[in-house]
Design a protein around this ligand. Sequence first.
Ligand code: ZN
Length: 433
Amino acid sequence: MKQAIALRGDLLDFTAAPSWGDTRSAAVRWRPDHWLLLRDGRIEGALPGQQAPAPGYAREDHRGRLILPGFVDTHVHSPQLDVIGSFGTALLDWLETYTFPAERAWADPEVAAAGSARFLDALLAHGTTAAAVFPTVHKTSVDALFGAAHARGMRLLAGKCLMDRNAPEGLRDTVAEAERDCTDLIERWHGRGRNAYAVTVRFAPTSTPAQLALAGALCAADPTLYMQTHVAESEAEVRWVAELFPTARSYLGVYARAGLLHPRAILAHGIWLDDADRAALRDTGAQIAHCPSSNLFLGSGLFDWHAGRHAGVAVSLATDVGGGTSLCQLRTLADAYKVQALRGERLTAWVALHAATRGPAEALQLGHEIGSLEAGAAADLCVWDRAAGAVGAHRLALARDLHEELFAWLTLADERCLESAWVAGVPRFRRSP
Ligand SMILES: [Zn+2]
């Protein structure tokens, strides 16, 4: 669509990674009262508010509101809106009791199509414009998700879950089926529009060594493919992996041995890692998707973000719905702060916001396209209300500097503050008046 649009508001994004603990980071690009200029689905540039954009721009005045890059969610499950907020279990029995039964239904193309549309519209309504998503083991679930993302113009990474053991009937594949389905899906969807295929290993316990080898071979054959999985989420899970793979050095070592750690690999959680694991992540360029609301909800543990950062590991922020309790990255950021507080660390608004925007974009090698308001990037952005109710308005009015204001905002705000979400210059969500 050939179109020029100018949005007026307070622009906030990052030009680099902010340092840990630095509340006055020079990496923050703050442009209060500016016009953000969009053309043909891309960001064209910005102008100070007093300078009127040239005639020909459709104008929207959002003065007093924040304009941020759309959030990137690096780990979330499309079928799990059905089980979000389920009571009373930890990871392994949560999978058994709630998740696996819900995922079985996605073999049905109608269920998968309706569920994928609901899921992506929900992401947009929470301010997330790009995501790395786990559908189910069924090919239908991947076709439906990629099709729905393509229709919305969204940047999406996904792939069929590989699971050939330790899963119930109706949720298992075989190595041969997996190879055939992955080859088909890669051909159909990888690089089509803004879709990219991710070789998706559910987690080590649900794949045989032969299937892990297949996953590694797929990655080796095409280095433009992504890889996503879970690692070291709960202690019980880590013990189980040690029993299943007695010769592996560690849980992460299972993936390393299969050739699954590379610059396009995303591993969710990574709570129970050691220094050697962190060094392996750094050396291979694989990133950790930190999922604080899920870790708190399932009681999995407190992620050591600072150790990861110290070791040079890329860490991004993810919701992990349905173990996570909200698709909203603002709520997730607030939970991340609390997890770090329990570890004796203090997460700045800047490190947190960067980990949901430019950080993951760069770690996914998509920094030119998403995660910032840079000229040339896709116009994937959100317009946010500053105040969250009477308490938020009161508190924000008292803020003495930008970090104080933004930190209070991300602690108090949620998806109800989202006014509009734009994908490639098209408003895909607008709050009803
Ligand atoms: Zn997950």
